[in-house]
Design a protein around this ligand. Structure first.
Ligand SMILES: *[C@@H]1O[C@H](CO)[C@@H](O)[C@H](O)[C@H]1NC(C)=O
Ligand SMILES: *[C@@H]1O[C@H](CO)[C@@H](O)[C@H](O)[C@H]1NC(C)=O
Ligand SMILES: *[C@@H]1O[C@H](CO)[C@@H](O)[C@H](O)[C@H]1NC(C)=O
Ligand SMILES: *[C@@H]1O[C@H](CO)[C@@H](O)[C@H](O)[C@H]1NC(C)=O
Ligand SMILES: *[C@@H]1O[C@H](CO)[C@@H](O)[C@H](O)[C@H]1NC(C)=O
Ligand SMILES: *[C@@H]1O[C@H](CO)[C@@H](O)[C@H](O)[C@H]1NC(C)=O
Ligand SMILES: *[C@@H]1O[C@H](CO)[C@@H](O)[C@H](O)[C@H]1NC(C)=O
Ligand SMILES: *[C@@H]1O[C@H](CO)[C@@H](O)[C@H](O)[C@H]1NC(C)=O
Length: 392
């Protein structure tokens, strides 16, 4: 029994010695690998270098075991064949960037994806000592997909959700914060981890939608080591409210204007004594009501109803008889004045003609009969004046 035991131990020792010998043989040789990190979509070099070896290199083989291919497969081989180095590959995103004669087996991977994350083995096959292997582990960073949703917020006094900012499917999880000036707000953050080890972070912004919050600049800021710079997503908080402060003003001498405060932009409905327009002689154009004529039957109580998605409010005004407006009166007086002038001019003309005629006669005739022409002209002037007055 003891003999058998001894024999067994001896065999074990023998094997141990053999193994020690083997590793002793390759002492001094070193394969340098490493750990590399890359951002999804970028290009990365998987480093691999055999040092301190004078032996002939026969082949460089790469194996991988990744998230996308959990079962170890040979995906890249570089051989030495009559001084040439043909490459066999199964994934053309990989490119040999090393140097066979320098025993540099580095590979470059472009457009890295989360599925490429895992461990890679770089194996050098030497003519005498056989295989020498090292591991390169590849780590993926996934930048967050950022988005912002601002809610339709209605003016009020209760706390409501103002906006939600999301940093989706990131690795490591994206950090979300808010820049809100001095607005009084509350933030809750929630994150969900997905099967592919990415995390979605959702941050909600709450606040009481009071008037002083309206127009406030709010920014959601997402940070991640996978992003070059922080991502700012700004928006102006726009509160919605039903029409208020409705009033009617006279915008010009022939139209009324309905003014109000409302968001979104309201619609206007003009009516007269509860009856829908149009009436002939008046035309509603949005907030404006235009009077096209000055007919007496346009008088009455006019309503302007302002409404939007959130409510309605109205105002009313009584429109009295629309008398002739000042500008037309002025024109009337000007015309009257012109008429007077024409009449006067005509009268003067006639007076003047007769006068000249009599003067001519005087030059031709004897200067003794002085009184006669004067009497004639006076009569004529009186006649002319009589005619002008009748015209009025
Ligand atoms: C091996 O090749 C890679 C890629 O060209 C290079 O970056 C690296 O410096 C090389 N290694 C050595 C030890 O020369
Ligand atoms: C590889 O290295 C050898 C020796 O340093 C050099 O002569 C050769 O040009 C290199 N090959 C490439 C493709 O860089
Ligand atoms: C990068 O890879 C993704 C899938 O992982 C693919 O949709 C995309 O088209 C690739 N981009 C380039 C430039 O090849
Ligand atoms: C986080 O999200 C989960 C699932 O959507 C939900 O049940 C939970 O209430 C959320 N927590 C907070 C603080 O919003
Ligand atoms: C990870 O999973 C999430 C949820 O299924 C998905 O939205 C996302 O696109 C995935 N990311 C990658 C890089 O595959
Ligand atoms: C969200 O913000 C944008 C930009 O400030 C704005 O144009 C849009 O109307 C807002 N949407 C809502 C629903 O408030
Ligand atoms: C209505 O007018 C008053 C006084 O001008 C003002 O204080 C108030 O804020 C206005 N209301 C709205 C909703 O604009
Ligand atoms: C305007 O108001 C009148 C009376 O209330 C109503 O009959 C009519 O349908 C309204 N028109 C519109 C466009 O809302």
């Amino acid at each position: 029994m003891e003999d058998i035991c001894f024999c067994f131990l001896w065999i074990v020792r023998c094997e141990l010695m053999f193994m020690l010998l083997l590793s002793g043989h390759s002492e001094g040789l070193q394969v340098i690998g490493g750990r590399v990190t890359v951002v999804q979509g970028a290009t990365v070099t998987l480093p691999c270098q055999l040092t301190d070896s004078k032996e002939t290199l026969k082949q460089i083989l790469w194996q991988r075991s990744t998230r996308g291919r959990p079962f170890r497969d040979n995906f890249f081989i570089i051989l030495e064949k009559n001084g040439k180095y043909p490459i066999e590959l199964t994934d053309d995103r990989f490119r040999f960037v090393g140097n066979f004669t320098e025993k540099n087996g580095s590979l470059q991977l472009s457009n890295a994806s989360l599925m490429d994350e895992g461990s890679y083995s770089c194996i050098f096959l030497l003519l005498e000592s056989g295989n020498h292997k090292t591991e390169v582990s590849l780590n993926l960073l996934v930048p967050p997909v950022t988005s912002l949703k601002n809610e339709s917020v209605v003016l009020g006094s209760e706390e409501v959700l103002l906006a939600t900012c999301t940093a989706a499917a990131a690795r490591p999880p994206g950090e979300v914060r808010w820049v809100t000036g001095n607005a009084k707000v509350r933030v809750t953050t929630n994150s969900t981890r997905h099967d592919n080890d990415t995390t979605t972070t959702k941050s909600s912004l709450f606040g009481v939608p009071t008037r002083d919050l309206d127009g406030q600049l709010i920014q959601c800021v997402v940070s991640s080591v996978a992003l070059d710079t922080d991502k700012f997503q700004p928006f102006f908080l726009q509160l919605f409210f039903s029409p208020s402060n409705v009033s009617i003003i006279e915008s010009s001498d022939d139209s009324l204007l309905c003014i109000s405060e409302a968001r979104p932009e309201p619609t206007f409905n003009w009516t007269r004594s509860g009856l829908a327009l149009p009436l002939s002689g008046v035309r509603a154009e949005g907030a404006q009501l235009k009077f096209l004529s000055r007919s007496l039957d346009l008088k009455g109580l006019y309503h302007c109803e302002v409404s939007n998605l959130y409510g309605r409010q109205s105002a009313q005004v009584f429109v009295h008889v629309l008398s002739v407006s000042p500008p037309s009166l002025v024109i009337g007086w000007i015309l009257f004045g012109l008429l007077l002038l024409i009449v006067a001019a005509f009268t003067c003309y006639r007076f003047g003609f007769l006068k000249r005629f009599t003067e001519k006669k005087n030059f031709q005739g004897v200067p003794t009969t002085e009184s006669t022409p004067k009497e004639e002209s006076r009569q004529a002037a009186a006649k002319g004046l009589d005619e002008g007055e009748s015209h009025l």
